[in-house]
Structures are given as structure tokens and as C-alpha cells.
Design a protein around this ligand. Structure first.
Ligand SMILES: Cc1cc2nc3c(=O)[nH]c(=O)nc-3n(C[C@H](O)[C@H](O)[C@H](O)COP(=O)(O)OP(=O)(O)OC[C@H]3O[C@@H](n4cnc5c(N)ncnc54)[C@H](O)[C@@H]3O)c2cc1C
Length: 300
């Protein structure tokens, strides 16, 4: 089906300004890589998101969902998909006692600050992770000993058949959730937090943020940790000890500051990053006999 027909229908759901034909994903990924999708749509409410997905599916297509693009590596050429971006449009949060319900496009750091101001602890670890709530639930994002599974109690999802339902069994494990297989679209989640002194929560957030700034290359484009933590230790330590710190292919480089990060030092392509990932995997297997598994999600 002609993309113009789909865009015309989408124009009845969202404003024209929220539909970007031929939009390069490099503008929407933290690693600044990615070719143009057929269109990128930014719904401004849950109702719009539901209608946008319904419209795309009515044409027999399945949208790709982007939160804030901070864990995505997209291919360089044309991507034959319509992307729906939740960040910016779906960012409402409501608090009730020690719980909150946040929409999937809400940025994690903003959510953490909102909770801190309400005197609710438990989200300190997400402060500084540059993703959305939906992306974090999808990935079971974690840091400094905590994971989304510790706070998420219920999630509202849109299924492939168009039904909206709430689920409590998220199938969370290390960097995994049930959504990776189910393909359901996360609309929002209910989080259970713990009452605490706002000043104490803020201290912990600032401390974790300082640790992040000291150890991670936050001033250059990347998609965060390129590899999951293997059972045998830390990917960054293995990569460093294999002598790969600073090693580059094209514009993609193993960060000098944190060997777990692959950075775009300028002009990196998706192929550069994939070649570097392969080189790292082969080297770490040769040196340590340990297989690394990429954490970055590939869109092609
Ligand atoms: C500098 C830096 C530091 C980072 N630090 C950490 C860290 O400490 N811990 C950590 O775990 N990660 C970290 N990350 C990785 C990343 O920020 C997290 O994985 C984050 O949760 C991804 O959220 P996102 O909104 O950017 O998701 P995206 O990158 O947009 O998407 C990731 C995946 O989730 C899917 N997805 C997104 N939203 C939805 C939705 N609403 N419904 C269904 N599927 C969806 C996408 O389709 C994609 O497959 C870091 C990244 C960077 C760049």
C-alpha cells in the first residue's frame, strides 16, 4: 500500500506537524545513526497512539515503537517501516499514595524527579538513564543494583489485535521482559514506590548521577552499554582487559572512558558499529572464552 495513503489517514488522527515522512532515525537515536523510515509519527496522547496504531495496522503494517531511541541501533539505508515515537507526546504521570501511573513516553529522569518531589523513593537508579518509561519496562532497565522489576507492578498494553489490557506478570529477568517476545505496545505502567524524605532521595539521585558522569562518556553519542553483563563478570572489564579500549572501526569506537560503551566519534555508520560489535565478540571469545550478547536493539 502506498505510504501516501497511510500518511493521509494518519493526518486525520494527528496534526501534520506530528507526521514526518522520510525522517532519518539518526535524529531520534542517542547514537545518532539510522536511515530514513517511511514516516515517523508522534502521537500526543494515549488516544492518539491507539488510533495511530489502529490506522497503520488497518493497512496490514506493524509500527516500530521508539521511546527516546537510547538503546537502538538503526540501519543506514532506507527502513521500510513506519515509526511511532512515544517520547514527547505521552508524558503524563499521576500519583496516588505511594504509587504512580506514568505514560510510556515519559522520560525516566523526569519521572524520578517527580517522585522525589512527592517524597517517593525507588526511582533513584533511573535518574540519568536517557530513556523513557516504556523503553525501560521493555528492557527491564537497571543500574546500581536496582531494576525496573523492583518498582513496576502493572502495565497497560496494546496487543496486536488492538485490545488494551493490564498485565501484572511482566516476565522480567536481566534486561528482559515479556514484551520483547509479545510485541505488545506499552502504554503506561503503575509503579510502587516507598515514602521517604525528599532531601534524602535527592542526595541519592545526585550521588548516582555523579558516579554516572565520572564513569560514562555522556558527552558523546552512544547507545549506552553495548553488551549485556555475562554471568562471568562485567562486559566492560573483559573488553578492557582484551585490550580493546579506544579500538575503532570507521567512526565507531570502544569508549576510552568506559569500555562497555561504543561511541559514535563522528560519522559512524550502523555497519561500523556492527563490525565493531563482531570484532569485540570474537576477541573476547578468543581471549577469555566468554560469549558477549549485545544489549542494543537493532532496527533494520
Ligand atoms: C548514556 C546512556 C546511558 C545508559 N545507561 C543505562 C543504564 O544505566 N541502564 C540501562 O538499563 N540502560 C541504560 N541505557 C540504555 C537505555 O537508555 C535504556 O535501555 C532505556 O530504557 C531505553 O529507553 P528508550 O525509551 O530510549 O527506548 P528505545 O531505545 O527507544 O527502545 C528500546 C526498545 O524498547 C522498545 N520500546 C520502547 N518504547 C516502547 C513501548 N512504549 N512499547 C513497546 N516497546 C517499546 C523499542 O521498540 C526498542 O526495541 C543507557 C543509554 C545511554 C545512551
Amino acid at each position: 500500500m502506498n505510504i501516501d495513503s497511510i500518511i493521509a489517514e494518519l493526518g486525520k488522527v494527528v496534526s501534520q506537524a506530528d507526521i514526518k515522512p522520510d525522517e532519518p532515525l539518526s535524529r531520534h537515536t542517542s547514537i545518532k545513526i539510522g536511515g530514513p523510515v517511511e514516516a515517523l509519527v508522534t502521537p500526543r496522547s494515549k488516544e492518539q497512539l491507539l488510533e495511530v496504531c489502529k490506522t497503520i495496522r488497518a493497512f496490514g503494517r506493524e509500527p516500530i515503537i521508539i521511546g527516546n531511541g537510547s538503546n537502538i541501533l538503526a540501519s543506514d539505508g532506507r527502513i521500510a517501516s513506519i515509526a511511532v515515537k512515544t517520547h514527547d507526546g505521552l508524558s503524563q504521570v499521576t500519583f496516588c499514595d505511594d504509587t504512580c501511573f506514568a505514560e510510556s513516553g515519559m522520560l525516566l529522569s523526569r519521572l524520578a524527579v517527580n517522585a522525589q518531589k512527592k517524597g517517593l523513593a525507588g526511582l533513584e537508579f533511573v535518574y540519568g538513564i536517557p530513556g523513557t518509561l516504556g523503553g525501560a519496562v521493555f528492557m527491564n532497565a537497571g543500574a546500581y543494583g536496582a531494576e525496573m522489576k523492583d518498582v513496576v507492578v502493572e502495565t497497560e498494553v496494546l496487543g496486536a489485535g488492538g485490545q488494551v489490557r493490564r498485565i501484572t506478570d511482566h516476565g522480567f529477568s536481566y534486561r528482559r521482559s515479556v514484551f520483547i517476545e509479545s510485541g505488545e505496545i506499552i502504554l503506561g505502567s503503575k509503579l510502587k514506590l516507598t515514602p521517604d524524605d525528599p532531601a534524602a532521595i535527592l542526595d541519592r539521585m545526585n550521588e548516582l548521577s555523579a558516579r554516572r558522569k565520572a564513569s560514562q562518556p555522556l558527552d558523546v553519542p552512544s547507545a549506552g552499554s553495548a553488551f549485556k553483563r555475562p554471568k562471568e563478570g562485567f562486559a566492560a572489564v573483559l573488553i578492557d582487559e582484551a585490550g580493546l579500549k579506544g579500538f575503532s572501526i570507521g567512526g565507531a569506537q570502544v569508549s576510552e572512558k568506559h569500555a562497555g560503551f561504543i561511541i559514535n566519534k563522528g560519522g559512524a555508520t550502523c555497519d561500523d558499529v556492527l563490525s565493531l560489535i563482531e570484532h569485540i565478540k570474537k576477541t573476547v571469545i578468543r581471549v577469555f572464552g566468554i560469549e558477549l550478547e549485545p544489549e542494543i536493539r537493532l532496527i533494520q
